[in-house]
Design a protein around this ligand. Structure first.
Ligand SMILES: [Zn+2]
Length: 155
């Protein structure tokens, strides 16, 4: 018979902190992470101090570091309550990771658009080419770039 664990683990006294070196020679980004749900909550950099999500926080969320911690917690969990809680944290970490990857991609596209002076149409074309690349579609088989894109959504 399965017994549900009623023991709760005390939160570690030391906050979870990760570092990323500055890209501009400034101080390192010191990223605070919520110990309970492994979500980045802030950064020591100028953007972080203004409540903005900096590239380093996104980089951490997009990396496998928090995912690996979530997996380790799940593997160490005992009983239904702990397993359920650990699985919920893992799910949140994966959602955060996907959102961070998408945001990093958007930011990279904006940087490239500014660098090359792309118009809105050019940015759209770059996004489509990346989507085709991600989907494994060769450009000759890809739909016309000016054709409207329709997406079938399963009910
Ligand atoms: Zn930062």
């Amino acid at each position: 018979m399965l017994q549900e664990s009623t023991a709760t683990r005390p939160a570690p006294a030391v906050p979870l902190v990760f570092r990323r070196p500055s890209r501009t020679g400034g101080p390192d980004h010191t990223i605070s992470v919520d110990v309970a749900d492994l979500t980045p909550t802030g950064c020591s950099c100028a953007a972080g101090q203004r409540g903005l999500v900096c590239w380093a926080s996104l980089d951490l969320a997009a990396s496998t570091q928090l995912r690996d911690l979530a997996i380790a917690r799940w593997e160490a969990a005992h009983g239904v309550a702990e397993l359920t809680s650990a699985a919920a944290v893992y799910g949140k970490v994966i959602k955060n990771r996907l959102r961070a990857i998408a945001e990093l991609e958007r930011r990279q596209q904006r940087i490239e658009a500014q660098r090359f002076g792309l118009t809105d149409l050019g940015r759209d074309m770059v996004a489509r080419i990346r989507a085709w690349d991600w989907l494994g579609i060769t450009p000759s088989a890809a739909p016309e770039p000016t054709a409207p894109v329709s997406v079938a959504v399963a009910a």
